[in-house]
Every structure is written in C-alpha cells, then in structure tokens.
Ligand binder design. Sequence first.
Ligand SMILES: [Zn+2]
Length: 133
Amino acid sequence: MADELNAITNTRAQEQTTRLLTDELTDIMARLHSEAEVPKAGAVAGDFLDVAQGVEHQELARLSATRLVDRARRLSRALTRVSEGEYGVCTECGGAIPAKRLLAVPDAATCVACQSRLEDVGAGAGTRHDVGR
Ligand SMILES: [Zn+2]
C-alpha cells in the first residue's frame, strides 16, 4: 500500500499523471470546439419544426458543453496540484488519497470519505454551496 502511494507520488508517476491529465484536457478542448460549431437556431429560415429541432440540439450541446467545461476545470485544477506537489492529497482533510482512487478518478481532489461526506451535505441541508454541479 505504501509502495503504491510512493509510486504515484514519485517524479516519474507525476510526469505520467501530467501527461494523462493534459491528454484528457486536450481531448475535451477539441470536443468543446466541435460543440461550438453547432449552427444557430433561426440562422437558416425554415419551418417551425426545423427551428424547434435546432433549438433542442443547441440545448443538448449546451448541456454537454457545460459538463465538458466542468471536467476541463477539474482537470486543470488537478494539473495545478501536480505542479505544486499537492496532487494525491485530499483538499478537505489533508490526508493521502489512495492510489487506487487516483487511478480510477485522476482528477479526484478528495479522499473517498470526504467525497461521500460532501455529497451527503450537498444532497441534504445545502449548508455548503454546490461545487461543480
Ligand atoms: Zn479527505
């Protein structure tokens, strides 16, 4: 377990993590650019159904763009943490995030315990404002 943790925090793993995060970020940026090329509703004079369909398509594109932007934001935050040597450290409790979790969720900023605590709070009283939702 300790070895696994060392493996993910050593320089070589850090470079790999950076590459992995950067690759995903580049991919998201490319997808965002293609989403942005959705034709504007009403730009072409058509009947009502064409326009309605166009609007619907735009809504969907906007929804997926929002998710992509959100993911891009998380990835770039993760990249910042890598360069500051804080990657793999829980932003809530300061504990080490298990290597297994980082492998599954490379942009994870919190350990499993803190994440589920945050989700409970988010779904419940809402004393903490929503982050990334
Ligand atoms: Zn934590």
